[in-house]
Design a protein around this ligand. Structure first.
Ligand code: RIB
Length: 310
């Protein structure tokens, strides 16, 4: 399988084809804007996190999700299999197409993403129950919000029954999901998501992280892009310093962070060390184009840490 560090990881999440356009700036309403470049990459937050976990040395990675019965879906599965990922949990949906996302990447590497999840939203609680062994065999489960929320709730329930800790990446922002946030041991979200799920914190990231620490939550991490991250525990806050890199394309950086945090925790790191490992993985992920194409190996992340962490 994928390597010798970390543990068995299960991902419940999305599989998408990314249709990436590069533009100098966001278009205005009513404007036609000429883009500089167009490429397709395999993506989806779930698939990206699975690939990242495998490259970072997780012993075994399995993914549960839905694709359409189409060329995009077949290309995604082929890519995942080439990474050594267990694809038995991927269901071929005959009624919905494979999800697509349109990442819009600006000249400074930052991005906006429009996603149309299609088959991903058909992932159901029944699917999760049918695949529950993949969750129960794992040492950590990674979940995001790009699939049906019934499936997210079921995955949280199955993981709780099997006593498997969950890292919930509350991305993207979706309606009626707040109650799910407190059910994960580890919650990771970016500043846009933190502001949306903690609206009363007034944009103060420390206050957002504290607000989002639920009763059963061990850590909340708010990722801040080039400013690093904030890590909140019930009695402590930690500032995670950024690794300075030249950003080419930030798509997938959050996925690299989540996977690396999970791999770090399951390979015996403490939360701060795991978050630093994750910050290094996220930084490397922005230095190349594409989501999965840019996800770093463990060796590369360790190189960054050796060079910059004392
Ligand atoms: O997190 C990045 C991912 O979000 C992209 O690969 C795209 O598929 C969207 O789902």
């Amino acid at each position: 399988m994928a390597g010798t560090h970390g543990a068995r990881i299960a991902v419940v999440g999305s599989l998408m084809m990314d249709l990436v356009v590069r533009v100098p700036r966001p278009p205005a309403i009513g404007e036609s804007l000429i883009g500089r470049d167009f490429q397709t990459f395999t993506g989806g937050k779930g698939a990206n996190q699975a690939v990242a976990a495998a490259r970072l040395g997780a012993e075994q990675v399995a993914i549960i999700g839905r694709i359409g019965d189409d060329d995009f879906g077949r290309r995604i599965v082929r890519t995942l299999e080439e990474e050594g990922i267990d694809c038995r949990g991927i269901i071929r949906d005959r009624r919905h197409g494979t999800g697509v996302a349109i990442p819009i990447v600006y000249d400074d590497g930052r991005n906006s993403i429009i996603s149309v999840p299609q088959a991903n939203l058909a992932l159901s609680a029944g699917d999760i129950r049918a695949m529950s062994a993949l969750i129960a065999e794992a040492e950590m489960v990674l979940i995001q919000f790009e699939v049906g929320l019934d499936a997210v709730a079921a995955a949280l329930a199955v993981a709780a029954e099997a006593d498997v800790p969950v890292l919930l990446n509350a991305a993207p922002v979706v309606q009626h999901a707040s109650h799910l946030l407190t059910q994960a041991a580890h919650l990771v979200l970016n500043e846009v998501e933190a502001a949306a799920f903690a609206p009363y914190a007034g944009g103060d990231h420390l206050a957002e992280a504290r607000y989002l620490l639920g009763d059963g939550t061990d850590t909340v991490v708010v990722t801040l892009g080039e400013d690093g991250a904030l890590l909140a525990q019930p009695n402590r806050m930690h500032v995670i310093s950024p690794f300075v890199v030249e950003a080419v394309d930030t798509v997938g950086a959050g996925d690299a962070f989540c996977a690396a945090y999970a791999v770090g925790l399951t390979s015996g790191m403490g939360v701060v060390e795991a978050a630093q490992f994750a910050a290094a993985a996220g930084a490397l992920a922005v230095t190349k184009q594409g989501a999965q194409t840019a996800l770093p190996t463990r060796t590369a992340v360790e190189g960054v840490l050796r060079g910059t962490v004392t």
